[in-house]
Design a protein around this ligand. Structure first.
Ligand code: CP
Length: 315
């Protein structure tokens, strides 16, 4: 594995989930990464991704260097041929190869700006790091995808599913500000990649890019979607078609115990952070059906298996 930016980088996603569960249960610590360094670049805030990836690197004996690019780094220029007489100080063509000299693997968090869909969906920042850093790259959530989160989610489902073909529902939830589509896009392509049946439910206008939802069922009626569900993944996202906008939604999309009563005693999932009683109610987050802490724990092993595969195949 040279890079980890999407389920498409993985030849066998189901095998990767199974390998991760074996690692978690039997081989948590090794020195495979001894004398190797991972650089963690954050253009945006993080709790889980930062700490779980550091912990995963430690479990493999790796060193890590964290750079909060958005706060501490030089302002980077990404335009080819730019005359840099404005606010940007260093071009990605110069910064990325330097980072490649200091690190063996580079991991990058770069959210979308939610203003220019074409630019965000071209993954301009992530792709230029891949182009210029000359070392393997891991996405810590890009403009369109969050693959480490989705791998952790697939592991969590595998650990908790009681039947061969569970019904999985991804439901849109309310939020007070525009949120990227990355977690939802990524969950959809990983669920399909792992052979799951996924139903996505959202208000009209919140359709995700078909590029990521191929193979899923779209059901606009939330209650109908929830019928007999085994797993309910709750997530807000802003509009893809009216790009980055929050649309007017009249119906109540907040999940509660009453709505969950039509499911198959479903497990509730959310990637966190969550705005309690806006996106998801206290009664569900604090219930025995909530898997949110299991998902967060599995972020360690998702990162660790990806680091392990990259170390095994590139060094
Ligand atoms: N789920 C997730 O990526 O959390 P952080 O934004 O805190 O890293």
């Amino acid at each position: 594995m040279k890079q980890f930016t999407s389920v498409k980088d993985i030849p066998d996603p189901i095998g990767l989930v199974q390998d991760t569960i074996k690692l978690k249960n039997n081989h948590r610590f090794s020195d495979l990464g001894k004398n190797k360094t991972i650089g963690l670049l954050f253009f945006n805030p993080s709790l889980r991704t930062r700490m779980s990836t550091q912990k995963a690197a430690q479990n493999l004996g790796m060193n890590h260097i964290v750079l909060n690019v958005g706060q501490d780094g030089w302002a980077l220029e990404f335009e080819e041929g730019a005359i840099m007489n404005g606010t940007t100080v260093e071009h990605i063509k110069d910064a990325a190869p330097v980072m490649g000299l200091y690190c063996d693997i580079l991991a990058i968090r770069c959210f979308p700006n939610l203003k220019d869909r074409e630019e965000d969906y071209s993954e301009k920042i992530l792709q230029q790091f891949i182009k210029y850093c000359n070392i393997p790259v891991i996405s810590l959530e890009s403009a369109t995808l969050h693959p480490l989160q989705s791998l952790a989610d697939m592991i969590t489902i595998q650990e908790h599913q009681k039947q061969h073909t569970p019904k999985i529902v991804l439901t849109w939830a309310p939020h007070i500000k525009p949120i990227p589509q990355a977690v939802a896009n990524s969950f959809a392509e990983w669920a399909v990649g792992c052979g799951h049946q996924l139903t996505i439910t959202h208000p009209k206008g919140y359709e995700l890019s078909e590029h990521f939802t191929e193979g899923t069922v779209i059901e606009y009626n939330q209650e109908k979607a929830l019928e007999n569900a085994d797993f309910v993944y709750v997530k807000n996202w802003s509009s893809y078609h009216e790009y980055g906008k929050i649309l007017d939604v009249q119906e109540n999309w907040l999940l509660d115990n009453q709505k969950m009563s039509i499911t198959h005693h479903a497990n509730i999932m959310h990637c966190l952070p969550v705005r309690r009683n806006v996106e998801l109610s206290d009664e569900l987050l604090d219930s025995e059906n909530s898997l949110v802490l299991k998902q967060a724990e599995n972020r360690i092993y998702a990162a660790q298996i990806v680091l392990q595969k990259i170390l095994e195949t590139n060094f």
